[in-house]
Design a protein around this ligand. Sequence first.
Ligand code: FES
Length: 109
Amino acid sequence: MNYSVNIITTNNRCIEIPFRRYEYPNLMELIVDTYYEDIGECLGRGLCGTCHVKLIEGVLRDTKDQTEKETLSKVTDLDSTSRLACQIMLDEKINNLTFKIITDHNLNT
Ligand code: FES
């Protein structure tokens, strides 16, 4: 089964990225591999905040772990739709959702 996710890049381009379930370890790696964005500094450990995204359209039924919550509490421009793309798995839960890349390069890892 093929899925897709919509990503609004930092240049405000909307791209639709098709993916297969668990094709990459997480959404951050899918974005980096299919459309270069300067995110993923901590390689998906949930610590750097560079993969900060916001859910723009759709509902994601997923929970944040403690590390993600702590890192998000330090990023700029946080709101209730904020997530770390490296903590989002590639599965049916994100099919057809739209995320905007916010990023944050001010946290120390
Ligand atoms: S890659 Fe560093 S927090 Fe996601």
